[in-house]
Design a binder for this molecule. Structure first.
Ligand SMILES: NC(=O)c1ccc[n+]([C@@H]2O[C@H](COP(=O)([O-])OP(=O)(O)OC[C@H]3O[C@@H](n4cnc5c(N)ncnc54)[C@H](OP(=O)(O)O)[C@@H]3O)[C@@H](O)[C@H]2O)c1
Length: 331
């Protein structure tokens, strides 16, 4: 048996170029005691992968020659571990590859996930995975109050689409910012956002101002740069900014994400957060998100790209707006 892997060959400049990730085929060795072999079925495609390719940040950079780090969903196909049996399903850092070895002696934070009737496996990467959890805990940081106005950027993406729906559940007026009219129509018509602005329209700044007649109390920031600075200009005094991500800067050498002058004038409170810090509470959040989904209060959507070889192109789609909802590679 062979394992196809995408290994980091060079650190990208801008979008990922065809040679930055190299597809290699390696033999799969017989398992030793204390090991289990899992077949990777789905890969979560996340903007932070581009950050891991660039250099050290909140996690060490992926080394040149190393299998590209990625979160994924896998199924155990063979086991010489007492805690895993064939057919068990797990999520964790599988990497961009066909198979991953779960070694009892390595510190690999894999989590078993249940088989739930009528629920797709991919939900454990999106709504009940990184993005739903990020939206849930990010909204805890935001501390929304009924009647407040929240603006979320990358609103039709995996995280932003859930953020807006949680904010609606909490009684906020919700305005999304997204890059196509179709995405704006999805978040308003299907997800219940009060308004959505296409930031690629020439007059989007005036439209955003008109959509927030009472100003903005909470900025849930996924993008940074011009979008963030425009939102800052419309914020109310003592507004709160939840910094989830700065995707507009991940492919740039000099991101220059924010001008801080407005922060003083508007007395803004800015707080960043990282989903990794909330690991002990994932089950609590997933239970709530699952309930909201069953009650029809939260809807999710996925963009699926077929085959491991397409993973580099899929990562680039995040930076060109090619996805709506959660972006997943089916291996
Ligand atoms: N803090 C944490 O723990 C944590 C965890 C997960 C994710 N995040 C962050 O959350 C944000 C969203 O991540 P996601 O996984 O949910 O991805 P996503 O929103 O599903 O996909 C990214 C979207 O961002 C938009 N975008 C890309 N470049 C842009 C630009 N230059 N200007 C404006 N919009 C741009 C694109 O949509 P358009 O068509 O609208 O442009 C794209 O579809 C990212 O910043 C990510 O790093 C943070």
């Amino acid at each position: 048996m062979h394992n196809r892997q995408l290994r980091l060959q060079s650190r990208p400049k801008g979008l990922i170029a065809p040679d930055d990730l190299q597809l290699v085929q390696t033999p799969l060795h017989e398992l030793k005691d204390g090991q289990a072999l899992a077949r990777v079925k789905y890969l979560s495609i996340d903007p932070t992968m581009r950050v891991w390719m660039a250099g050290d940040s909140y996690l060490p950079a992926v080394s040149i020659g190393e299998v590209m780090r990625a979160f994924g969903f896998a199924e155990i196909v063979e086991s010489r571990r007492s805690d895993y049996k064939k057919g068990d399903r797990v999520t964790g850092f599988t990497g961009l590859q066909d198979y991953v070895v779960l070694d009892a002696s390595a510190n690999q934070p894999f989590q078993k996930v249940p088989k739930i009737p009528f629920v797709s496996d991919t939900v454990f990467l999106g709504l009940l995975g990184i993005n739903g959890l990020t939206a849930f805990f990010g909204m805890e940081v935001a501390q929304p109050k009924k009647g407040e106005t929240l603006v979320v950027s990358a609103a039709a993406g995996a995280t932003g689409s859930i953020v807006g729906q949680i904010a609606r559940i909490r009684g906020c007026r919700v305005v999304g910012i997204a890059g196509t009219d179709d995405k704006c129509a999805w978040v308003t018509k299907d997800l219940g956002f009060d308004a959505a602005i296409n930031y690629k329209h020439p007059d989007w700044k005036a439209k955003l101002a008109a959509a927030v007649p009472n100003g903005i109390d909470i900025d849930f920031e996924n993008v940074g740069g011009d979008i963030m600075n425009t939102v800052f200009g419309l914020m109310n005094l003592h507004g709160r900014v939840v910094v989830c991500g700065f995707i507009s800067g991940y492919t740039k050498e000099d991101p220059n994400m924010v001008s801080l002058g407005t922060v003083i004038v508007k007395r803004l409170r800015i707080q960043g957060f990282l989903i990794l810090d909330y690991a002990s509470r994932f089950m609590e959040a997933a239970t709530q998100l699952g309930q909201w989904k069953m009650l029809g209060k939260i809807k999710d959507r996925e963009t699926i790209v077929e085959s491991l070889e397409k993973a580099p192109e899929a990562i680039n789609m995040l930076f060109t707006g090619g996805n709506t909802g959660k972006l997943i590679v089916k291996v």
